[in-house]
Design a protein around this ligand. Structure first.
Ligand code: SF4
Length: 173
């Protein structure tokens, strides 16, 4: 994976997403979200066109959680790469598979972000190769296909990335 393309893959582009964070995430009533919302329940502020009707007022109306949330590209990857721009709002049967993929990619994209930061460290050649191998696996050159997604052992790769990141402590000490 070309490091210069990572920012594109990590971009939270809401126009390329099917409002997945507004339906897939569960929120508890708190100082950053004003009511309880279960995972899979569309937010009451979400419009049928997929936009938030209070978008410009989120910070002043008790929705700082929405302001602070970043999917690191998980939403666009799921919506565009895996579902070809489809949305659960017009095809309700897509809701469950889109949410399940979104939950996986939230975790994977967090790891891509950590790997991107690690790429700026003065790593020895061996560690650089390992880092690029992870990025090749987590950021397919032509985007995600269903075959690639279903073939990925995401729990294993997540654990491997975590172990690898921890190993940098010794390398950089
Ligand atoms: S308040 Fe707006 S941005 Fe936040 S979850 Fe609801 S629709 Fe989405």
């Amino acid at each position: 994976m070309d490091l210069n393309r990572l920012d594109d893959r990590l971009k939270a582009d809401c126009e390329k997403c099917a409002a997945l964070c507004c339906v897939a995430l569960a929120f508890d009533k708190s100082s950053v979200f004003p009511f309880d919302k279960a995972a899979g329940e569309p937010c009451r502020n979400l419009e049928s066109c997929g936009t938030c009707k209070i978008h410009s007022d989120l910070a002043t109306t008790g929705y700082m959680g929405c302001v602070q949330f970043h999917c690191h590209g998980a939403g666009p990857i799921v919506t565009q790469d895996l579902f070809s721009g489809g949305t659960w709002q017009t095809q309700p049967h897509l809701l469950r598979p889109m949410m399940e993929a979104f939950w996986v990619f939230l975790r994977l994209q967090e790891q891509v972000l950590l790997l991107k930061h690690a790429a700026n460290l003065p790593l020895p050649e061996g560690k650089q190769k390992e880092l690029h191998a992870f990025l090749d696996e987590l950021c397919p050159e032509d985007g995600w296909s269903w075959d690639a997604f279903e073939g990925l052992d995401h729990a294993k790769v997540s654990a491997d990335v975590k172990t690898w990141l921890t190993s940098l402590r010794d390398v950089l000490a």
